[in-house]
Design a protein around this ligand. Structure first.
Ligand code: ZN
Length: 268
């Protein structure tokens, strides 16, 4: 316990040593391609000390371009969105399964997402969504889901073998509720993009979040969510806002959340 406590005080470790990050929520969508060439996007990751990243995009072409430029650094996730198929209508897309199956033939994607499921009755009830859950489980692909707790639970009911990466920890879901879900579902992992300010509203990490990370250190990861090109422009800051709270956790826990959990799930 003593050694852990000392490591906790040390936080970020040796002065000047930057915690490596595996960013589990990057988009490289069409709107970013002009301002950020693949080289420039990869330079942004490098400058921010991000060693690996889960990347998805609308359309998928951007993800594949980035992956081909740096196959060791980029882990592709397949987004259902392209053209007129967007967050508002993808659950009813009649071509969804054909599209996913065709893209998955590339053999490089480790998951499907990030996609949105709204907290409305029926959002997980379309045949396409159900089939997608079955397809992902059969191929051991993760589902990267932006939703509140309700749709996450609905997806586990459709396919109990699902592996779910919950985007933004539900965006507004309080830590106690996030903890209850993590305890209920062993194949649920949670990424904290957009939550740095709720985790650390001031100078110190919020105690409820801290306790949750300490009791489930293997289930959390960090992400930036570069959903618009403006966020590529401030990428280092988006990464560092996570380092700020991670450095207030014991080093061992901070390393797990920063990159070790993602490496275990998505490869080194
Ligand atoms: Zn999102």
């Amino acid at each position: 316990m003593g050694a852990v406590a000392i490591a906790g005080v040390a936080g970020g470790g040796i002065a000047g040593e930057r915690l490596p990050i595996f960013d589990t929520h990057v988009h490289y969508s069409q709107g970013a391609w002009d301002a950020f060439s693949p080289r420039k996007a990869l330079d942004a990751l490098e400058a921010a000390g991000v060693e690996r990243a889960l990347v998805s995009s609308s359309p998928d072409h951007g993800t594949i371009k980035l992956h081909r430029a740096a196959p060791d650094r980029i882990v592709p996730i397949l987004r259902p969105y392209r053209g007129e198929v967007r967050s508002s209508n993808w659950i009813d897309d009649p071509k969804l399964i054909d599209y996913l199956e065709a893209r998955l033939k590339l053999g490089v994607h480790k998951g499907i997402g990030e996609f949105h499921l709204f907290d409305l009755p029926g959002s997980t009830a379309t045949p396409q969504v159900r089939q997608m859950a079955k397809l992902a489980a059969a191929r051991s692909l993760f589902l990267h889901i932006h939703s509140g707790p309700g749709p996450v639970e609905a997806m586990f009911r459709i396919e109990p073998k699902s592996k779910i990466l919950w985007a933004h920890a539900g965006f507004t879901t309080p830590p106690a509720e996030v903890g209850a879900l993590v305890e209920r579902y062993r194949n649920l992992w949670v990424e904290m993009s957009f939550r740095a300010h709720s985790i650390m509203p001031g100078e110190r990490i919020d105690p409820a979040w801290r306790d949750l990370f300490l009791s489930h250190p293997d289930r959390f990861m960090v992400g930036t969510d570069t959903y618009v090109s403006d966020r590529w422009a401030v990428y280092i800051g988006l990464v560092d806002e996570h380092r700020a709270w991670l450095e207030q956790l014991p080093r061992e826990v901070a390393e797990k959340i920063a990159y070790r959990n993602a490496e275990r799930l998505f490869g080194k």
